[in-house]
Each structure stands twice: as structure tokens, then as C-alpha cells.
Design a protein around this ligand. Structure first.
Ligand SMILES: Nc1nc2c(ncn2[C@@H]2O[C@H](COP(=O)(O)OP(=O)(O)OP(=O)(O)O)[C@@H](O)[C@H]2O)c(=O)[nH]1
Length: 391
């Protein structure tokens, strides 16, 4: 059977490695990771002191080391809440850490009782792990893959159950500790299983940090930094999927191409930074006016596209005209601008490229008509009724 010293040595190595791996993620600036890394560093120091208790004063090897375990565990919980953008800890939780440490010192120095100290500390560790597990499962982002969140959540909850069982076993006197690191079979079993939860939890934390990085990368690859709209490639991919879905279900689908008017002159008159502000203002106004399911992408420069599922061309024209009026009613500070748009609807078997070309031709007509207007591709060169102009 492994000795408690051997088990603690394994725990020490595991904590040092966890601190090193989490440390390698510090530069990524993922919230919570610094605390997790510090927590594993704190555990390493604490376990090192316990292992070396023959060479360090008793207060350092027992009382101080146990204080570090309480602190390290608390930092794990704070890191988890920080990761999910929650309040790091409540006032009763801060008070509980202090109370548990005072109780621990009481059962070490005032009324020595090892069973009671194990009861108190294991209950505390059980709470911390349960809170970490609950946080990971409760605040898991719905749009991200579940695996890493379930991994950490379940690892923490299993650890919580173990600590709870240990707390109950010693609290109700089912087993007794005669000395610190007592090598009784039950203590060895609890220590062995409890120590396993260290690497499981740190692996879960590393997975979460990687998921956050992957989310950032996906966002960089799909969202235009300046305007918050989809980048051209992401817009085309999602629009292709929407076209296939609309043709499979037979629901209408409309598309608009929007272009800011005389934008070169806007830049020349107000400066490039003001031009950027106008683009941001335009995109945020469009995003506010979109319905759920609509797609908004930046095709390039000051040209954008909106795809309207379950929408006829005439309705898309009205939506674009509403947007034009909204921008006129709430202009962009010192940089007023207008936009023109061409609108088209998908017919049976229409490809995205063909509809884009027809909407682009309608946009060209809108520019030729004097700008600040919306033209339907079907009206193109026909009736003026299908052209929405200022006024
Ligand atoms: N500030 C800013 N300007 C941009 C950006 N992307 C493109 N532009 C400018 O947008 C202008 C587009 O000019 P043109 O293609 O001549 O078109 P326009 O002046 O808008 O004229 P019309 O489209 O015919 O109304 C160019 O001066 C580009 O430099 C950007 O991200 N920020």
C-alpha cells in the first residue's frame, strides 16, 4: 500500500506541473488563469512544507501549510468565478475561510482533536469543489462545446463528494486519526482519491482556457473588428447555408447590398478616423435594426450585405428604407452620411453569386439615381414605384 508520504509526493509533482502548464497560459490573459496558477503554486509550497516537516518548525509544517491549502482552494474558486465573469466571492465566504482557519488552529493548539480538524477542513474543501463544479456547469456558455465544462464540473463535483465523505467519516467517528498523515487504510484511500482530483481539475481548467482562446480565434476569423459585422468569408458561408435551407423549405429569401455614399469625400472632409466612426455608427444602427436570423456582413471597405430569411423583396426594401430613415433621424455626430442599397429576392434554383450580382446592379442604379435611396432588382429600369428615395 502506498504511504501517505508517497501520495503527497505525487500530489506535489502534480501541483508543480499544473502550475507550470497554467503558467504557460498567463500571456493569453484569460480571466481566472492567473489565480488558478497561483493556487497550484500555493498548494505546491504547502505540500512541500508538510513533506519536509522534519526540517521545518511544526507551526510551519502544520498550521501554516494548512492555511496555504485553505487559501489555495479559495483561489481555485475565485479563479473559476473570475473565468465566468462572476463576483469572485461573497462576504460570508471570506468570513468562512477565516472561521475555518481559526477552528483548525483551535483543534491543533487549544483542544487538540485531529478528527475534528479533518471534519472542518474536509467540509470546507467539499464546499469549494462543489461551488467550482456548480459554477462550471451553471455558467457554461451555451454556444460553446460542452466537453471541457462538463469535464471540470464533474471532476470538481466528484472531488466534493469525496471530501464530504471524508468529513462525515471523521466527524461521525467512523475512523480516527492518531497523527497527521495517519497511514490508516481509510485515510490512504481518501488521500489517494483526493489527490487525483488535483490533476483532473487542473486539466479541466486548461481545457477551459483553451476553449476561451479558441472562441477568441473564431471570433477574429468571423467578426470584422471595426464594425462587428461578419467578415466576407463568414457571411458567404452562412449565406450559402441559408440559401440551401430556403430552397429546401421553399421559404422566401431576400438580399440587400448597402454602400455608404461618397465615402471618399467623407474621409477627405472629416478624416479617416471620422470615416471609421461613421462605419461603426452605420454597422451598429444596422445591427440594432436586424431581426433574429438576419445576417449582416461586410463585403469590403464601405460595402455591406444583409440576408433576410423568410422575407420577400418588397419587405426587404421597406426594412432598408426604415434603416435609411433611422440613420437620417440619428446621424453620426459631426460626420453625417447616407447610404444606398440594392435589394433582390432569390428565385427557384438561384445561386448566391447570381443574386449578389443582381442586387449589385440595383445598387449601381441607386447610385446613378442620385444616391441615398433603395432600389429593387426587379424594378431595375422599370417602375419608379419600386425605388424608395429620400423624403
Ligand atoms: N475610414 C475608412 N474608409 C474606408 C474604409 N474602407 C474603405 N474606405 C474608403 O471608402 C472610400 C470608397 O470610395 P469609393 O469606392 O470611391 O466610393 P464612394 O466615394 O463611397 O462613392 P460612391 O460609392 O459612388 O458613393 C475610399 O476612399 C476608401 O478609402 C475603412 O475601413 N475606413
Amino acid at each position: 500500500m502506498p504511504s501517505t508520504v508517497a501520495l503527497l509526493s505525487i500530489a506535489l509533482m502534480s501541483c508543480v506541473m499544473s502550475a507550470a502548464v497554467l503558467g504557460s497560459l498567463l500571456r493569453a490573459n484569460v480571466r481566472g488563469v492567473a489565480r488558478w496558477c497561483a493556487a497550484y503554486g500555493i498548494f505546491s509550497v504547502g505540500i512541500g512544507l508538510v513533506l519536509d516537516k522534519a526540517h521545518v518548525p511544526p507551526w510551519l509544517g502544520i498550521a501554516f501549510a494548512h492555511g496555504l491549502f485553505l487559501l489555495g482552494s479559495f483561489a481555485i474558486l475565485q479563479g473559476a468565478r473570475e473565468f465566468f465573469g462572476r463576483n469572485k466571492a461573497t462576504a460570508p465566504e471570506y468570513a468562512a475561510v477565516v472561521a475555518v482557519y481559526i477552528a483548525l488552529l483551535y483543534f491543533i493548539y487549544v483542544r487538540p482533536n485531529l478528527d475534528a480538524s479533518v471534519f472542518v477542513t474536509s467540509a470546507y474543501f467539499a464546499y469549494i469543489r462543489a461551488a467550482v463544479g456548480w459554477t462550471a456547469l451553471r455558467y457554461r456558455p451555451a454556444h460553446r462545446p460542452k466537453y471541457s465544462y462538463y469535464f471540470l464540473g464533474i471532476a470538481a463535483l466528484v472531488g466534493a463528494l469525496l471530501h464530504l465523505a471524508r468529513s462525515i467519516a471523521y466527524g461521525f467517528g467512523w475512523d480516527h486519526q492518531t497523527a497527521f498523515l495517519d497511514p490508516s487504510p481509510l485515510n490512504i484511500a481518501f488521500l489517494g482519491l483526493g489527490i487525483l482530483s488535483f490533476p483532473f481539475m487542473s486539466i479541466g481548467m486548461v481545457m477551459l482556457a483553451h476553449d476561451r482562446l479558441a472562441e477568441r480565434m473564431e471570433r477574429l476569423a468571423t467578426i470584422d473588428e471595426l464594425t462587428g459585422s461578419l467578415v466576407r468569408r463568414a457571411f458567404m458561408e452562412r449565406a450559402d447555408a441559408a440559401v440551401a435551407a430556403s430552397q429546401a423549405s421553399g421559404t422566401p429569401l431576400a438580399l440587400a447590398i448597402l454602400d455608404l455614399d461618397n465615402f471618399k469625400a467623407v474621409n477627405d472632409r472629416h478624416g479617416h478616423a471620422a470615416g471609421d466612426c461613421a462605419l461603426v455608427h452605420f454597422a451598429s444602427t444596422v445591427l440594432k435594426s436586424l431581426r433574429s436570423g438576419d445576417l449582416f456582413g461586410r463585403l469590403g471597405g464601405e460595402e455591406f450585405a444583409v440576408l433576410f430569411p423568410a422575407t420577400r423583396e418588397a419587405e426587404a426594401l421597406q426594412l432598408m428604407n426604415g434603416l435609411r430613415l433611422a440613420i437620417a433621424a440619428h446621424p453620426c455626430g459631426q460626420t453625417p452620411y447616407t447610404f444606398s442599397a440594392g435589394v433582390d429576392e432569390f428565385g427557384p434554383g438561384d445561386r448566391l453569386a447570381r443574386v449578389l450580382a443582381r442586387a449589385d446592379a440595383a445598387l449601381y442604379t441607386a447610385k446613378a439615381l442620385g444616391r441615398d435611396c433603395v432600389v429593387m432588382a426587379s424594378s431595375h429600369g422599370e417602375s419608379d414605384e419600386q425605388v424608395e428615395q429620400p423624403g
